[in-house]
Design a protein. Sequence first.
Length: 518
Amino acid sequence: MKRLAVIDIGTNSIHMVLAEIGKGFSYKIVDRIKEMARLGDGTFTSQRLSPDAMDRGLTVLKRFSMLAKNKGFDPILPIATSAVREAKNGGDFLKLVRKELGLRVRVITGEEEARLIYLGVRNSMDLSRFPAMFVDIGGGSVELMACTQKRLQFVRSLKLGAIRLKDQFLKSDPPDKKMVQRVERLVNQTLKKSLSKKRYIQCQQLVATSGMAGNLTEIIYLARTGRPLSQIDMATIELDEVREVEGLLKTKDTQARLNIPGLDPRRVDTLYPGVLMLRLLMEYLGVKQVRLSDKAIREGVIYDFIQQHQEGLRAEQEIPHVRRRQVLLLARRYQYSKVHAHHVAKLALSLFDQTQSMHHLGEREREWLEYGALLHDIGHHIGENKHHKHTYYLITHADLPGFSSEEVAVMANVARYHRRGQPNIKHQGFRLLDRDQRKVVSCLSAMLRIADGLDRSHFSVVRKISIEPGKPLRLHVFFRYDPELEIWTTERRVKLFEKIFHCPIELKPAAIAMKTVA
């Protein structure tokens, strides 16, 4: 089971979700953590992340990454949005995170943020009846997405986030009338400029995500029912209710707002501009109701990861052994001949096991032989001519987690010498090996070229082999159908084995009786 962590470094909050990806590429959230780091405080006026904000962000990220690692969640996928994206010293913050925590943060555009939010919400909500508009009101930006269940029609990323509006326009507590009018004028002008009626007129439902919308809904439900909201997902709020909460927030100062039932104290200064933005959007679109979704960008990152890594995730479920999985993923990447490669590996391992008393190699070398056999023909992906050299190149330049560079070099050389040419100190790849490694490569490649010769036609004509010790060494070849091509090829592939072990080989074909069908 794949376990991954997604960290969303937002303008207002830093979120982390811990997820497990199961069979069928479904996922389960096992934990959610959020801290209000307020990374974007002052960023949109100074265009810089303050030292205090960077310290807060680094502290939270250190705590989150340590928790994820201790619980065994890997990979950790951190993303950053508008505050880091727009700050002139955002690169300094990313560099600090990389240096201190080893995390490579992906800074995403507003459009990519919208796409990921859409992925997260679409996969958890039925949109089959009506097209919808999604809105995510963050601290730095507002993402708008017109969509259906099947596709994202268009996105807009607007620089109208709650912290940005507060810092740039709402500078008194409570804000005066002129400040509010300036914000309303800016929002309406931006909406008019950004949204074409022809594009959004068919959107018959508005769906809101983000913590701001969630806290607004908690306030409304507490006033409506007298009880706390048990679940934000799929809750609905009305335009009149939004206007009522906005009126309360607009007329009260910070201390008075803290007395509003349900208001998150950490949003005491940013909830009002967020609610103002939502109300103006609802009026502009002509909708009277908004539905809430508790899914957002973090779930979108998970879906995006699944879509991009389906082959690897499938392989991880099918092949728990990490080293074998990496080899097979490499083989699949270059469209290897699966039946041939696995049959050659089977024959090579049989030869290895039956000649143990001659070579005295162990399990580690046996594994290298198997993996070299599985990969020996991937060079065909580049070209037929000199494909064995192409194979060597592809293996040595592949990213194979779980293998040392020395192991990769040995496997690449074993695969490289599966044809006629013998290992030679003049060849750079072979020369770079130490003396013991060269002996191993010579021994294993001698076995691989015999196994490959025994499947020359790629039809698994030779079913199995049996070694009869002695001089000559008798190699009994059990076959079905006509083995002439395999025998002819193998007779020309045994010379390296005979040279290394100072023992001639005699091939002894033996037919396997075919079952008759009554």
